[in-house]
Design a protein around this ligand. Structure first.
Ligand code: NAG
Ligand code: NAG
Ligand code: NAG
Ligand code: NAG
Ligand code: NAG
Ligand code: NAG
Length: 441
């Protein structure tokens, strides 16, 4: 207890906004963009923002459970990607001349898609549907194209490749697979990329959450990161409720060695693990968790991928807000927090997502002692800043651990990597990170 640092808790501030800047770096392709939080500019209070994010992550994880409990293999195989909603939006121009759309960035899926006219079944979106007939650079793909083969459920109609893509939360999109010119950036610094393969969706269901489509950043060949030359990207997420936009770096711009670090912390790297059952996802080798400097006695099998059916394991996912830990690991973390935190534990009901909650002391605010937390990955330790694992529950005002139990695998969510510059390198199959003041980048 003597070595325990005491932190002054600061209420987490506001949220994130838009804009894209892009440029070519010599011959090497790359661009920089900003990421907007999905709930930005909707006028929510800080408390509402937090509840909404936690609710979304619960929906996303419910899908993970349904994958495991799906009665038959076909249903399970259809739920290849998690819930359709995410936390961050990115702007993208589609067609010639470009029409601009805001789309959900999803590290848990591969397909890039937007709703297209003629629309047989469409979901409400903030912009009008993309009109392929008005863009001379639009070209449908024949059924023989390799990108058509990369789909899980390709269909062929009059030699045009037809896709259907199911998200686990019953959202889906279906339409024509096509090539189109995509523009990343603004008028000042713009990168135009011809022949990006995307889904032009004529039949869509679910909710787009104030966006107009999705951009898959997964490991599969249809994802934006796989399609564009240098397969690497990095992001730096600002404080979850901060008004400063987050940063996305693509291709040549995605590197950590020039990160504006405040701390002098070294860049750390850990290899991705491939899960043949879910090849799109970024699985990591989480080897342990320390709370207050003590390594919890979690059996390594708790974080392992089940070889027989691909369940379990640990993924990093920017589209899930809080972290979900496999139940046995969560139970130990909870026990450690209850033992260390010098505040009364609050009772929670089964409907509460967060259930390691403490009574926030009444004003005036005082110093509260909280344990340090470190996630140990194979070859890399992620020392979490306090604001990456404690939050004030929007509904109850209680101080809660920003983690929840999962009946299946574990998910490292975006809340846990605020103010880290995180690099996904697909070529070297490596995740690297370094703490960084993302609002200054
Ligand atoms: C970009 O330029 C076009 C025409 O030059 C203009 O209509 C458009 O408003 C500009 N967009 C932005 C974001 O400045
Ligand atoms: C679509 O784009 C891919 C990748 O750039 C290219 O290999 C293919 O030839 C293109 N197909 C058509 C029909 O434009
Ligand atoms: C879309 O945005 C509006 C306000 O901009 C907000 O009221 C509404 O809840 C949002 N819808 C979704 C599904 O997020
Ligand atoms: C930073 O890293 C990139 C790629 O990892 C490398 O190409 C570049 O030379 C490095 N720059 C410096 C200054 O070390
Ligand atoms: C995970 O990391 C541990 C420790 O480095 C290593 O022993 C183990 O083989 C790794 N597991 C996988 C699946 O790579
Ligand atoms: C690094 O941070 C300082 C403020 O601490 C800022 O002035 C500077 O522009 C930043 N540099 C880069 C490359 O982001």
């Amino acid at each position: 207890m003597a070595s325990m640092p005491a932190f002054l808790l600061v209420l987490v501030p506001l949220l994130l906004s838009t804009g894209v800047a892009a440029a070519r770096s010599g011959e090497v392709f790359g661009f920089k963009a900003t990421l907007t939080h999905v709930d930005a500019d909707a006028g929510y209070t800080k408390a509402q923002l937090m509840s909404r994010a936690v609710g979304r992550s619960r929906a996303r994880v419910a899908v993970l459970q349904s994958l495991v409990t799906a009665a038959d293999a076909i249903t399970a195989a259809r739920i290849l990607v998690r819930a359709s909603e995410g936390e961050y939006l990115m702007d993208v121009g589609i067609g010639t001349p470009p029409r601009y759309y805001s789309a959900i960035l999803d590290t848990g899926s591969d397909l890039i898609w937007t709703q297209c006219s003629p629309c047989l079944l469409c979901v409400e979106q903030p912009t009008s549907y993309f009109e392929p007939a008005k863009s001379p650079s639009y070209a449908t793909l024949p059924c023989s194209s390799p990108m058509c083969d990369a789909l899980y459920y390709p269909l062929c109609f009059q030699n045009v490749c037809v896709y259907q893509y199911f998200y686990g939360d019953s959202a889906s999109t279906a339409g024509v697979l096509a090539n189109e010119t995509f523009t990343f950036g603004t008028n000042l610094t713009r990168v135009t990329v011809p022949k990006v393969t995307f889904g032009c969706g004529n039949m869509n269901a679910g909710s787009l959450f104030n966006s107009s489509g999705m951009i898959g950043f997964g490991r599969g060949s249809l994802s934006l990161v796989s399609q564009l030359g240098s397969p690497r990207f990095s992001y730096c997420l600002t404080s979850f409720l901060s008004p400063t936009p987050s940063r996305l770096y693509f291709g040549a711009y995605a590197m950590l060695n020039h990160t504006n670090t405040s701390s002098g912390d070294p860049v750390q790297s850990t290899p991705f693990i491939v899960n043949p059952a879910l090849p799109t996802m970024y699985f990591l080798n989480l080897t342990g968790i320390s709370v207050a400097g003590i390594l919890l006695p979690i059996d390594p099998s708790v974080f392992a991928i089940n070889e027989a059916d691909g369940t379990g394991g640990v993924i990093i996912d920017s589209g899930t807000s809080i972290t979900y830990l496999a139940q046995p690991a969560y139970a130990m973390v909870q026990e450690a927090f209850v033992a260390w935190v010098g505040l009364p534990r609050m009772n929670t009901t089964p409907s509460d997502v967060l259930d390691t909650c403490f009574k926030w002391p009444p004003p005036p605010r005082r110093m509260v002692t909280l344990p340090e937390m470190v996630l140990h990955f194979d070859g890399a330790d992620m020392e979490l800043p306090l604001q990456n694992y404690m939050l004030v529950d929007g509904t109850t005002g209680n101080l809660c651990l920003a983690m929840a139990p999962s009946a299946d695998g574990s998910i490292i969510g975006s809340f846990q990597h605020q103010n880290f510059h995180v690099l996904y390198d697909l070529e070297d199959s490596l995740l690297s990170f370094v703490p960084a003041p993302c609002n200054l980048m």
